[in-house]
Write a protein of this length. Structure first.
Lengths: 111, 114
């Protein structure tokens, strides 16, 4: 199984950046790193994904370490609506490209 | 909205009854996934289809569970002889088959077995 390690929870103040770390030491060269978030009582929502290069979109940035064994999701300015559980997922190409969720990081945003 | 649609959103059933959930994926997506999520846990993979072919089933999918995707479009997940331990949110998701594809989830179907 694709194992990722994330902190259980993190707190941030509103309007400040949030850096969410993830370790994925068993990743292979063709496996993508995906991030999803889940608000209470909703399905997971896609945030961002990448393979080797850093990626930016309107929601967040993804910084991938040179050895690809870790990555960091960056929320540039946290808002109260960013309070959610964030999942870092190592998508294994050889396993049908399905997502295997771990426990995620619960992000609390303080006003 | 052309996202993944699930029905019903909530279902309360008595133990021993059968229930069926339906998922309508994003129209151009040929992959469809089912997950189960209990309170406080991350979603757990159950099964996935590519077109109408069921390519993988998790060990979580006991013989009381069956999933179909008869025409490669919508899918159904049926649970027979429900047990209280089946109470969970059942999530459907869809994607294209390209490497690194984004998987889009529906809002889930909540099942409560009493």
């Amino acid at each position: 199984d694709a194992k990722t390690t994330q902190p259980n929870s993190m707190e941030s103040n509103e309007e400040e950046p949030v850096h969410l770390p993830c370790n994925h030491s068993t990743i292979s060269g063709t496996d993508y790193i995906h991030w999803y978030r889940q608000l209470p009582s909703q399905g997971p929502e896609y945030v961002i994904h990448g393979l080797t290069s850093n990626v930016n979109n309107r929601m967040a940035s993804l910084a991938i370490a040179e050895d690809r064994k870790s990555s960091t999701l960056i929320l540039h300015r946290a808002t109260l609506r960013d309070a959610a559980v964030y999942y870092c997922i190592h998508m294994i190409k050889a396993a049908g490209n399905k997502l295997t969720f771990g426990g995620g990081t619960r992000v609390l945003v303080k006003p | 909205d052309t996202g993944v649609s699930q029905d019903p959103r909530h279902k309360i059933t008595k133990r021993g009854q059968n229930v069926t959930f339906r998922c309508d994926p994003i129209s151009e997506h040929n992959r469809l996934y089912w997950y189960r999520q209990t309170l406080g846990q991350g979603p757990e993979f159950l099964t996935y289809f590519q077109n109408e072919a069921q390519l993988e089933k998790s060990r979580l999918l006991s013989d009381r569970f069956s999933a179909e995707r008869p025409k490669g479009s919508f899918s159904t997940l049926e649970i027979q002889r429900t047990e209280q331990g089946d109470s969970a949110m059942y999530l459907c998701a869809s994607s294209s088959a390209n490497p690194g594809n984004t998987i889009y989830f529906g809002e889930g179907s909540w099942l409560t077995v009493v």
